[in-house]
Design a binder for this molecule. Sequence first.
Ligand code: 5AD
Ligand code: SF4
Ligand code: FES
Length: 364
Amino acid sequence: MNMTVDEILKQQILSREDVIALLQTDKEGRNKVFTHAAKIKADYVGKKVYYRGLVEMSNICSKNCYYCGIRLDNTNAERYDISDKEILDAVKFAYESNYGSVVLQAGEISSPKFTKRISKLLKQIKELSNNELGITISLGEQPEEVYREWFEAGAHRYLLRIESSNPDLYYKLHPKNQKHDFETRLDCLRSLQKVGYQTGTGVMIGLPFQTYEDLANDLFFMRDFDIDMCGMGPYIEHKDTPLYEYSDLLMPIEDRFTLTLKMVSLLRIIMKDINIAAATALQAIDPIGREKAIKVGANIIMPNVTPGMYRDSYKLYENKPCTDEEAADCTNCMEMRIGITGDDIGYGEWGDSKHFAKRTQHQS
Ligand code: 5AD
Ligand code: SF4
Ligand code: FES
């Protein structure tokens, strides 16, 4: 006989079948999963949200992911590359607003010049903040020695989404060539762990060709890889990309949204002490999308601190929120938003992954 949602949630360990069943629950079942995840979050990481001020440094990218609005071949994307001074000003704003950490994100570029530029910026960020700001970087696939150089320069967390842990699906989302190799992506994630980063990954949810089984496998992939952080969000089609052609295969956008909340809550249940980000893409679908994710397990939010004039150009998907705002607008707005969730804001704290602390303690 099939187990009820309550029975499934009572178990210590969820099987693949359990997760697949929970991903497909109706409203009543879903709410039970959400409540259970909220309790685990409160027990293991506390009802607290940490800020990562996000600087979208540049939308210049050397890759051609089929889903992404800033892919190399999209000639409609207006390219920008923010000056170091503007980046440091944005970082200073985050520091002065007591955000605790920043994230540097850009399209994927790999060159000695870029490596040096980032190293210099990382050192400058540490300097301007008296070593107080935590730094996450999200700069794609790089050789291990580059990861090491950046780690030594001051970055201590790295985000690199696997996008999908199913290689067949991965190659429906990326060209099958050396530049978009699934195994390379895995090697990069391993290098990041080896160098000593708090390592984050994540997937897109509601992709064409993606099954519930794929999503369950993604969650187990993250568990087996022993990741410290996760950022995952709904897939939102972009008309200037090749994947747009398969839009008729998509589930309605509201369902992709709900499925993302289910993934967040299930990941919280499976990996109790990791950091989970409330993806900005959720806000593109629902005006209080990120807050809903915080309610069901997420504990990290990335307020955008990119100078306003560039925000509209970093368009990975349509309807990106906060593109008409300046950083200061988001600060006030965000404080009110988190207030609604009932969580506290970890002002001035790094809010490192508790999972990472445990993982490295065991090793030493
Ligand atoms: N919809 C949702 N997320 C997207 N990303 C890129 N394009 C899209 C899209 N169309 C995500 C990818 C990438 C991150 C920077 O943005 O997961 O890793
Ligand atoms: Fe470049 Fe990242 Fe977009 Fe791929 S997803 S095209 S690597 S910015
Ligand atoms: Fe950016 Fe509300 S969070 S305007």
